[in-house]
Design a protein around this ligand. Structure first.
Ligand code: PMP
Length: 286
């Protein structure tokens, strides 16, 4: 089955999918995106992702390229046309193609691109069993991290630092020593007294859709939750740590920098929440 991309109203063969050289996404990173997991034919947390897309667009004074219902139909159609029922769907909206000028172009239609790719498991099972390593790096990003902008250069550099260090993710740290979030994930710890901690969602972090669902699942499971910043030192001394994102769900962290976390094995709270989120992704109520 040939891979298909959706570009501005048309389903086109993947190899021929193109946007204009003067697209503002290419020229200025003037656009936003979403990543939605597909699990056994379900668009996982679809409502949350489309709601965040609407918000990101509104914050940049852009409009939805399609009415919400139609967009969701196209997302499902992409899943079917590509015959991918477990994988990732990428959706990107830019302010469109126009003569290169900083100010907003008038009467330019937005660019909408959607692609889908298969991914069998959400991360290799060994990573889930053994946990991953993260490093900590300074957060060098702009001040509107709540917008899911395609301007991802700090994250590209951060992830490469992680790869170079043999780690899976890099946790970014603000000027006061507090962890903001991963390069493409939200950051969580469990304190020695068993309290789940994650940073509050303001302009300093992207409010992860997985984060929001995990918060609901944690509260439903009766876990103690604190929404507050935590320092690198607190993370080093935590009982557990994990990250959340649409593409990895919940991934246990067993090493931060050179420090083992807890007993060096994935912790029970993170594992329970991962299973609960898989249940949600499968459309089961937990
Ligand atoms: N923070 C950042 C910076 C991200 O790029 C992502 C992944 N898109 C997340 C958090 C997690 O968000 P979500 O759970 O919606 O994938």
């Amino acid at each position: 089955m040939a891979r298909v991309a959706y570009v501005n109203g048309r389903y086109v063969p993947f190899a021929q999918a193109k946007v204009h050289v003067e697209d503002r996404g290419f020229q200025f990173a003037d656009g936003v995106y979403e990543v939605v997991a597909l699990k056994d034919g379900n668009l996982v947390d679809c409502d949350g992702h489309v709601t965040r897309l609407e918000r990101s667009l509104r914050e940049l004074r852009m409009v939805m390229p399609l009415p919400r219902r139609v967009l969701e139909l196209v997302m499902r159609e992409m899943m079917h046309r590509n015959q991918v029922n477990t994988g990732l769907l990428y959706l990107q909206v830019t302010r469109g193609a126009a003569r290169r000028d900083f100010g907003f172009p008038r009467r330019t239609a937005p660019t909408l691109v959607i692609t889908v790719r298969p991914k069998r498991v959400f991360v290799p099972e060994t990573l889930v069993d053994q946990g991953i390593r993260v490093i900590t790096i300074p957060d060098i990003r702009w001040k509107r991290r709540d917008i899911k902008s395609v301007a991802l250069l700090p994250q590209v550099l951060g992830k490469q630092r992680a790869i170079d260090a043999g780690a899976f993710e890099a946790w970014q740290v603000d000027d006061h020593g507090y962890v903001t979030e991963g390069c493409s994930s939200n950051a969580w710890i469990v304190t020695t007294d068993g309290t789940l901690v994650t940073r509050h969602a303001d302009n300093e972090i992207l409010n992860g859709i997985t984060r929001l669902s995990i918060l609901d699942l944690a509260k439903a499971a009766g876990f103690g939750v604190q929404i507050r910043p935590f320092t690198v030192e607190e993370a080093h001394n935590a009982r557990e740590a994990f990250m959340t994102s649409a593409s990895t769900f919940v991934l246990p962290i067993t090493r931060i920098d050179d420090r083992p976390i807890g007993d060096g094995r994935p912790g029970p709270l993170g594992q329970q929440l991962r299973q609960a989120y898989i249940g949600l992704a499968d459309g089961r109520s937990t």
